[in-house]
Design a binder for this molecule. Structure first.
Ligand code: ASP
Ligand code: MG
Length: 406
Protein backbone atom coordinates (compact mmCIF):
# COMPACT_ATOMS: atom_id res chain seq x y z
CA UNK A 1 0.00 0.00 0.00
CA UNK A 2 1.39 3.35 -1.02
CA UNK A 3 1.28 6.55 0.98
CA UNK A 4 0.72 9.43 -1.38
CA UNK A 5 0.40 13.17 -0.76
CA UNK A 6 -1.89 14.96 -3.21
CA UNK A 7 -1.77 18.71 -3.53
CA UNK A 8 -4.51 20.65 -5.32
CA UNK A 9 -3.97 24.29 -6.21
CA UNK A 10 -6.41 27.18 -6.30
CA UNK A 11 -7.83 26.56 -9.79
CA UNK A 12 -8.44 22.90 -8.91
CA UNK A 13 -10.66 23.94 -5.99
CA UNK A 14 -12.02 27.14 -7.57
CA UNK A 15 -15.67 26.31 -6.81
CA UNK A 16 -17.74 23.59 -5.14
CA UNK A 17 -18.18 21.76 -8.42
CA UNK A 18 -14.44 21.41 -8.78
CA UNK A 19 -14.07 20.48 -5.12
CA UNK A 20 -16.53 17.65 -5.76
CA UNK A 21 -14.51 16.56 -8.80
CA UNK A 22 -11.38 16.43 -6.63
CA UNK A 23 -13.31 14.42 -4.05
CA UNK A 24 -14.17 11.92 -6.80
CA UNK A 25 -10.51 11.65 -7.71
CA UNK A 26 -9.37 11.17 -4.12
CA UNK A 27 -12.13 8.67 -3.54
CA UNK A 28 -10.99 6.56 -6.51
CA UNK A 29 -7.37 6.59 -5.35
CA UNK A 30 -8.49 5.60 -1.87
CA UNK A 31 -10.54 2.70 -3.24
CA UNK A 32 -7.47 1.58 -5.15
CA UNK A 33 -5.79 1.20 -1.77
CA UNK A 34 -3.59 4.27 -1.38
CA UNK A 35 -3.23 6.01 1.97
CA UNK A 36 -3.80 9.65 1.18
CA UNK A 37 -2.96 13.03 2.62
CA UNK A 38 -4.47 15.91 0.66
CA UNK A 39 -3.08 19.43 0.82
CA UNK A 40 -5.20 22.19 -0.66
CA UNK A 41 -4.77 25.84 -1.53
CA UNK A 42 -7.39 28.51 -1.09
CA UNK A 43 -10.02 28.74 -3.84
CA UNK A 44 -8.44 30.66 -6.74
CA UNK A 45 -8.51 34.40 -6.20
CA UNK A 46 -9.30 34.05 -2.51
CA UNK A 47 -5.84 34.91 -1.19
CA UNK A 48 -5.78 38.02 -3.39
CA UNK A 49 -9.28 38.94 -2.24
CA UNK A 50 -8.22 38.71 1.39
CA UNK A 51 -5.11 40.81 0.76
CA UNK A 52 -7.39 43.34 -0.93
CA UNK A 53 -9.64 43.51 2.13
CA UNK A 54 -6.66 44.15 4.37
CA UNK A 55 -5.44 46.90 2.06
CA UNK A 56 -8.84 48.58 2.20
CA UNK A 57 -8.14 49.09 5.86
CA UNK A 58 -4.45 49.85 5.88
CA UNK A 59 -1.56 50.19 3.46
CA UNK A 60 0.66 48.12 5.70
CA UNK A 61 -1.32 45.43 7.51
CA UNK A 62 0.26 44.03 10.65
CA UNK A 63 2.03 40.86 9.40
CA UNK A 64 0.69 38.72 12.23
CA UNK A 65 -2.89 39.76 11.57
CA UNK A 66 -2.41 39.33 7.83
CA UNK A 67 -1.42 35.71 8.46
CA UNK A 68 -4.51 35.14 10.61
CA UNK A 69 -6.58 36.51 7.75
CA UNK A 70 -4.86 34.72 4.86
CA UNK A 71 -4.90 31.34 6.57
CA UNK A 72 -8.72 31.37 6.43
CA UNK A 73 -8.60 30.82 2.65
CA UNK A 74 -7.14 27.36 3.01
CA UNK A 75 -9.23 26.66 6.09
CA UNK A 76 -12.40 26.97 4.01
CA UNK A 77 -11.24 24.55 1.33
CA UNK A 78 -10.19 21.78 3.73
CA UNK A 79 -13.65 21.78 5.32
CA UNK A 80 -15.49 21.81 1.99
CA UNK A 81 -13.34 19.01 0.58
CA UNK A 82 -13.93 16.84 3.67
CA UNK A 83 -17.68 17.36 3.36
CA UNK A 84 -17.49 16.29 -0.28
CA UNK A 85 -15.43 13.23 0.64
CA UNK A 86 -17.79 12.16 3.39
CA UNK A 87 -20.73 12.53 1.05
CA UNK A 88 -18.95 9.96 -1.12
CA UNK A 89 -18.56 7.60 1.80
CA UNK A 90 -14.86 8.35 2.27
CA UNK A 91 -13.82 8.88 5.88
CA UNK A 92 -11.90 12.14 5.95
CA UNK A 93 -10.73 14.73 8.43
CA UNK A 94 -9.53 18.27 7.96
CA UNK A 95 -6.68 19.95 9.81
CA UNK A 96 -5.25 23.43 9.74
CA UNK A 97 -1.47 23.80 9.62
CA UNK A 98 -1.41 24.70 13.30
CA UNK A 99 -3.46 21.67 14.28
CA UNK A 100 -1.07 19.18 12.69
CA UNK A 101 1.66 21.24 14.19
CA UNK A 102 3.50 22.34 11.15
CA UNK A 103 5.99 24.25 13.23
CA UNK A 104 7.58 27.27 11.53
CA UNK A 105 9.87 30.12 12.47
CA UNK A 106 8.21 33.40 13.42
CA UNK A 107 8.76 35.22 10.12
CA UNK A 108 5.19 36.21 9.34
CA UNK A 109 4.16 36.14 5.65
CA UNK A 110 7.27 34.14 4.68
CA UNK A 111 7.76 31.61 7.42
CA UNK A 112 9.94 28.53 7.02
CA UNK A 113 8.89 25.08 8.16
CA UNK A 114 11.07 23.74 10.99
CA UNK A 115 9.35 20.60 12.10
CA UNK A 116 6.19 18.56 11.64
CA UNK A 117 4.75 16.36 14.35
CA UNK A 118 3.34 13.35 12.52
CA UNK A 119 1.74 11.56 15.49
CA UNK A 120 -1.77 12.78 14.80
CA UNK A 121 -1.48 12.28 11.06
CA UNK A 122 -0.15 8.74 11.50
CA UNK A 123 -3.04 7.86 13.81
CA UNK A 124 -5.63 9.17 11.35
CA UNK A 125 -3.99 7.40 8.41
CA UNK A 126 -3.76 4.16 10.36
CA UNK A 127 -7.48 4.30 11.04
CA UNK A 128 -8.03 4.50 7.29
CA UNK A 129 -8.97 8.15 7.02
CA UNK A 130 -8.02 10.56 4.31
CA UNK A 131 -6.35 13.52 5.98
CA UNK A 132 -6.92 16.92 4.43
CA UNK A 133 -4.43 19.58 5.48
CA UNK A 134 -4.55 23.32 4.83
CA UNK A 135 -1.58 24.37 2.73
CA UNK A 136 0.48 27.55 3.07
CA UNK A 137 0.29 27.82 6.85
CA UNK A 138 1.83 26.76 10.10
CA UNK A 139 2.29 27.89 13.63
CA UNK A 140 5.29 29.34 15.44
CA UNK A 141 6.60 28.25 18.84
CA UNK A 142 4.31 30.72 20.58
CA UNK A 143 1.24 29.44 18.79
CA UNK A 144 0.90 32.33 16.34
CA UNK A 145 -0.46 31.45 12.91
CA UNK A 146 2.13 31.93 10.16
CA UNK A 147 2.02 31.67 6.36
CA UNK A 148 4.75 30.43 4.04
CA UNK A 149 4.73 32.98 1.21
CA UNK A 150 2.77 32.96 -2.04
CA UNK A 151 2.50 29.53 -3.58
CA UNK A 152 3.45 28.01 -0.23
CA UNK A 153 0.98 25.13 -0.40
CA UNK A 154 3.40 23.25 -2.64
CA UNK A 155 5.97 23.46 0.11
CA UNK A 156 3.45 22.25 2.70
CA UNK A 157 2.75 19.21 0.53
CA UNK A 158 6.41 18.35 0.06
CA UNK A 159 7.19 18.91 3.72
CA UNK A 160 4.37 16.58 4.75
CA UNK A 161 5.53 13.98 2.23
CA UNK A 162 9.05 14.21 3.66
CA UNK A 163 7.89 13.98 7.28
CA UNK A 164 5.58 11.02 6.57
CA UNK A 165 8.14 9.37 4.26
CA UNK A 166 5.46 9.22 1.58
CA UNK A 167 6.08 7.26 -1.60
CA UNK A 168 5.25 10.25 -3.77
CA UNK A 169 4.12 13.84 -3.60
CA UNK A 170 1.73 14.71 -6.44
CA UNK A 171 1.21 18.33 -7.32
CA UNK A 172 -2.09 18.48 -9.24
CA UNK A 173 -2.38 21.69 -11.19
CA UNK A 174 -3.85 23.21 -14.36
CA UNK A 175 -1.05 22.04 -16.64
CA UNK A 176 -0.25 18.39 -17.30
CA UNK A 177 3.46 18.55 -16.51
CA UNK A 178 6.72 20.38 -17.05
CA UNK A 179 7.54 21.17 -20.68
CA UNK A 180 10.78 21.38 -22.63
CA UNK A 181 10.01 25.07 -22.99
CA UNK A 182 7.02 27.39 -22.79
CA UNK A 183 4.47 26.02 -25.33
CA UNK A 184 3.32 29.59 -25.97
CA UNK A 185 6.73 30.26 -27.49
CA UNK A 186 7.27 26.86 -29.09
CA UNK A 187 3.99 25.12 -29.88
CA UNK A 188 5.87 21.83 -30.38
CA UNK A 189 7.24 21.87 -26.83
CA UNK A 190 7.00 18.46 -25.25
CA UNK A 191 6.02 17.32 -21.78
CA UNK A 192 8.98 15.76 -20.03
CA UNK A 193 8.42 12.35 -18.47
CA UNK A 194 11.12 12.75 -15.91
CA UNK A 195 13.82 15.17 -14.81
CA UNK A 196 16.12 15.68 -11.86
CA UNK A 197 15.67 18.12 -8.98
CA UNK A 198 18.77 19.95 -10.15
CA UNK A 199 17.42 20.45 -13.64
CA UNK A 200 14.08 21.60 -12.28
CA UNK A 201 15.87 24.15 -10.09
CA UNK A 202 17.91 25.38 -13.05
CA UNK A 203 14.71 25.74 -15.01
CA UNK A 204 13.15 27.78 -12.25
CA UNK A 205 11.90 30.38 -14.69
CA UNK A 206 9.85 27.75 -16.50
CA UNK A 207 9.00 25.74 -13.43
CA UNK A 208 8.00 28.65 -11.27
CA UNK A 209 4.73 28.84 -13.14
CA UNK A 210 4.05 25.26 -12.19
CA UNK A 211 5.22 25.04 -8.61
CA UNK A 212 6.92 27.02 -5.89
CA UNK A 213 10.66 26.57 -6.38
CA UNK A 214 11.22 26.33 -2.65
CA UNK A 215 9.21 23.11 -2.69
CA UNK A 216 11.68 21.62 -5.18
CA UNK A 217 14.61 22.52 -2.92
CA UNK A 218 12.77 20.85 -0.08
CA UNK A 219 12.00 17.74 -2.16
CA UNK A 220 15.62 17.53 -3.22
CA UNK A 221 16.92 17.84 0.32
CA UNK A 222 14.66 15.06 1.60
CA UNK A 223 14.61 13.04 -1.60
CA UNK A 224 10.82 13.16 -2.03
CA UNK A 225 9.70 11.98 -5.49
CA UNK A 226 7.64 14.86 -6.84
CA UNK A 227 5.15 14.54 -9.67
CA UNK A 228 3.47 17.44 -11.47
CA UNK A 229 0.23 16.50 -13.17
CA UNK A 230 -3.12 17.83 -14.29
CA UNK A 231 -6.12 17.82 -11.99
CA UNK A 232 -8.43 17.88 -14.98
CA UNK A 233 -7.03 15.25 -17.33
CA UNK A 234 -5.60 11.80 -16.77
CA UNK A 235 -1.92 11.35 -17.47
CA UNK A 236 1.32 10.54 -15.74
CA UNK A 237 2.63 14.12 -15.70
CA UNK A 238 6.31 14.83 -15.02
CA UNK A 239 8.25 13.02 -12.32
CA UNK A 240 11.00 14.99 -10.59
CA UNK A 241 13.51 12.86 -8.70
CA UNK A 242 17.14 12.47 -7.76
CA UNK A 243 19.31 11.98 -10.82
CA UNK A 244 19.58 8.30 -11.41
CA UNK A 245 21.99 6.33 -13.54
CA UNK A 246 19.29 4.43 -15.31
CA UNK A 247 17.52 7.59 -16.44
CA UNK A 248 17.43 7.67 -20.19
CA UNK A 249 19.59 10.73 -20.47
CA UNK A 250 18.67 13.35 -22.97
CA UNK A 251 21.54 15.66 -23.78
CA UNK A 252 19.42 18.70 -23.16
CA UNK A 253 16.22 18.61 -21.13
CA UNK A 254 14.81 22.03 -21.79
CA UNK A 255 15.20 25.66 -22.77
CA UNK A 256 14.24 28.06 -20.03
CA UNK A 257 14.10 31.83 -20.29
CA UNK A 258 13.63 34.82 -18.09
CA UNK A 259 12.25 38.13 -19.30
CA UNK A 260 12.62 39.87 -15.97
CA UNK A 261 16.30 40.69 -16.20
CA UNK A 262 18.28 43.86 -16.66
CA UNK A 263 22.00 44.37 -17.14
CA UNK A 264 24.26 46.95 -15.55
CA UNK A 265 27.91 47.68 -16.34
CA UNK A 266 30.64 49.63 -14.60
CA UNK A 267 33.51 50.37 -16.92
CA UNK A 268 37.07 51.36 -16.18
CA UNK A 269 37.33 50.76 -12.45
CA UNK A 270 40.78 50.17 -10.91
CA UNK A 271 41.82 46.53 -11.22
CA UNK A 272 42.65 45.92 -7.57
CA UNK A 273 41.53 43.87 -4.56
CA UNK A 274 38.16 44.85 -3.12
CA UNK A 275 36.65 46.17 -6.33
CA UNK A 276 33.98 43.48 -6.70
CA UNK A 277 33.07 43.93 -3.07
CA UNK A 278 33.05 47.69 -3.48
CA UNK A 279 30.60 47.46 -6.36
CA UNK A 280 28.36 44.61 -5.22
CA UNK A 281 28.39 45.36 -1.49
CA UNK A 282 26.10 48.41 -1.71
CA UNK A 283 23.83 46.53 -4.15
CA UNK A 284 23.46 43.65 -1.69
CA UNK A 285 22.94 46.09 1.19
CA UNK A 286 19.97 47.50 -0.71
CA UNK A 287 18.46 44.01 -0.78
CA UNK A 288 18.89 43.69 -4.54
CA UNK A 289 19.55 40.18 -5.76
CA UNK A 290 22.26 39.76 -8.36
CA UNK A 291 22.13 36.96 -10.91
CA UNK A 292 24.93 36.68 -13.47
CA UNK A 293 28.24 38.41 -12.71
CA UNK A 294 31.12 38.97 -15.10
CA UNK A 295 34.41 40.73 -14.49
CA UNK A 296 36.76 41.29 -17.37
CA UNK A 297 40.46 40.55 -17.39
CA UNK A 298 42.12 43.79 -16.37
CA UNK A 299 44.05 45.86 -18.90
CA UNK A 300 46.07 49.01 -18.25
CA UNK A 301 45.30 48.73 -14.55
CA UNK A 302 41.55 48.95 -15.01
CA UNK A 303 38.71 46.51 -15.55
CA UNK A 304 34.97 46.28 -16.39
CA UNK A 305 32.27 44.73 -14.35
CA UNK A 306 28.83 43.58 -15.56
CA UNK A 307 25.96 41.89 -13.76
CA UNK A 308 22.24 41.30 -14.05
CA UNK A 309 19.44 42.12 -11.62
CA UNK A 310 15.67 41.73 -11.64
CA UNK A 311 14.12 44.29 -13.94
CA UNK A 312 12.09 45.77 -11.08
CA UNK A 313 15.37 46.61 -9.34
CA UNK A 314 17.01 48.16 -12.40
CA UNK A 315 16.35 51.81 -11.53
CA UNK A 316 17.60 51.42 -7.98
CA UNK A 317 20.63 49.41 -9.06
CA UNK A 318 21.61 52.11 -11.57
CA UNK A 319 21.25 54.80 -8.92
CA UNK A 320 23.48 52.91 -6.50
CA UNK A 321 26.05 52.17 -9.19
CA UNK A 322 26.30 55.77 -10.32
CA UNK A 323 27.21 56.82 -6.83
CA UNK A 324 29.60 53.88 -6.33
CA UNK A 325 31.07 54.52 -9.78
CA UNK A 326 31.84 58.10 -8.81
CA UNK A 327 33.53 56.99 -5.63
CA UNK A 328 35.63 54.36 -7.40
CA UNK A 329 36.51 56.65 -10.26
CA UNK A 330 34.76 54.53 -12.89
CA UNK A 331 34.99 55.70 -16.49
CA UNK A 332 31.35 54.94 -17.20
CA UNK A 333 28.22 53.34 -15.75
CA UNK A 334 25.72 52.01 -18.26
CA UNK A 335 22.73 49.70 -18.31
CA UNK A 336 20.19 47.91 -20.44
CA UNK A 337 16.75 46.84 -19.31
CA UNK A 338 15.62 45.26 -22.55
CA UNK A 339 17.64 42.08 -22.26
CA UNK A 340 16.58 38.51 -21.42
CA UNK A 341 18.31 35.38 -20.24
CA UNK A 342 17.96 32.13 -22.16
CA UNK A 343 19.22 28.91 -20.58
CA UNK A 344 19.80 25.45 -21.90
CA UNK A 345 19.52 22.86 -19.15
CA UNK A 346 20.41 19.18 -19.06
CA UNK A 347 22.32 16.73 -16.89
CA UNK A 348 23.50 15.12 -20.13
CA UNK A 349 25.85 18.10 -20.56
CA UNK A 350 28.10 16.66 -17.88
CA UNK A 351 29.27 13.91 -20.15
CA UNK A 352 29.22 15.76 -23.46
CA UNK A 353 31.62 18.37 -24.73
CA UNK A 354 30.68 20.87 -27.39
CA UNK A 355 27.22 21.84 -26.21
CA UNK A 356 28.34 25.42 -25.57
CA UNK A 357 29.89 25.87 -28.98
CA UNK A 358 26.83 24.34 -30.63
CA UNK A 359 24.65 26.79 -28.72
CA UNK A 360 26.74 29.75 -29.83
CA UNK A 361 26.69 28.44 -33.40
CA UNK A 362 22.88 28.37 -33.42
CA UNK A 363 22.70 31.94 -32.14
CA UNK A 364 25.33 33.11 -34.63
CA UNK A 365 23.41 31.60 -37.51
CA UNK A 366 20.35 33.58 -36.45
CA UNK A 367 22.42 36.76 -36.18
CA UNK A 368 21.78 37.06 -32.45
CA UNK A 369 24.41 38.93 -30.48
CA UNK A 370 25.33 37.52 -27.06
CA UNK A 371 25.94 40.06 -24.27
CA UNK A 372 26.85 37.71 -21.45
CA UNK A 373 27.51 34.01 -21.01
CA UNK A 374 27.56 31.89 -17.90
CA UNK A 375 27.77 28.15 -17.47
CA UNK A 376 27.40 25.53 -14.80
CA UNK A 377 27.82 21.77 -15.02
CA UNK A 378 24.29 21.34 -16.31
CA UNK A 379 23.41 24.77 -17.73
CA UNK A 380 24.47 27.31 -20.31
CA UNK A 381 22.90 30.75 -20.04
CA UNK A 382 23.19 33.64 -22.43
CA UNK A 383 21.96 37.20 -22.13
CA UNK A 384 20.59 38.57 -25.40
CA UNK A 385 18.37 41.41 -26.59
CA UNK A 386 14.75 40.96 -25.65
CA UNK A 387 13.59 41.18 -29.25
CA UNK A 388 15.42 37.95 -30.09
CA UNK A 389 13.96 35.88 -27.28
CA UNK A 390 11.41 33.90 -29.32
CA UNK A 391 13.83 33.40 -32.19
CA UNK A 392 16.58 32.10 -29.91
CA UNK A 393 14.32 29.75 -27.94
CA UNK A 394 12.80 28.30 -31.10
CA UNK A 395 16.15 27.82 -32.81
CA UNK A 396 17.71 26.13 -29.77
CA UNK A 397 14.68 23.95 -29.15
CA UNK A 398 14.87 22.79 -32.76
CA UNK A 399 18.63 22.33 -32.96
CA UNK A 400 18.72 20.13 -29.87
CA UNK A 401 15.76 18.12 -31.14
CA UNK A 402 13.61 18.69 -28.10
CA UNK A 403 10.39 18.21 -30.02
CA UNK A 404 11.11 14.57 -30.67
CA UNK A 405 10.00 12.09 -28.05
CA UNK A 406 12.80 11.32 -25.64
N1 ASP B 1 -3.18 30.47 -1.33
C1 ASP B 1 -1.79 30.82 -1.33
C2 ASP B 1 -1.48 31.69 -2.53
O1 ASP B 1 -2.36 32.04 -3.30
C3 ASP B 1 -0.90 29.64 -1.27
C4 ASP B 1 -0.98 28.71 -2.44
O2 ASP B 1 -1.95 28.73 -3.20
O3 ASP B 1 -0.07 27.90 -2.61
O4 ASP B 1 -0.36 32.06 -2.74
MG1 MG C 1 0.34 27.45 -6.82
Amino acid sequence: MALVVHKYGGTSVANTERICAIADKVSLARQAGDSIVVVVSAMSGETNRLIGLAREITERPNPRELDVLLSTGEQSTIALLCMALEKRGVAARSYTGGQVRILTDAMHNKARIMDIDTARLDAELNSGKVVVVAGFQGVDRDGNITTLGRGGSDTTAVALAAALKADECRIYTDVDGVYTTDPRVVPGARRMKQLSYEEMLEMASLGAKVLQIRSVEFASKYNVPLRVLSSFEDGEGTLITREDESMEQALISGVAFNRDEAQVTVQGVPDQPGIAFGILGPVADAGIEVDMIIQNVGADGSTDFTFTVHRDDYGRAMEILRSTGDKLGAREVSGNDTIVKVSLVGVGMRSHAGIASKTFGVLAKEGINIHMISTSEIKISVVIDEKYLELAVRALHKEFELEQAA
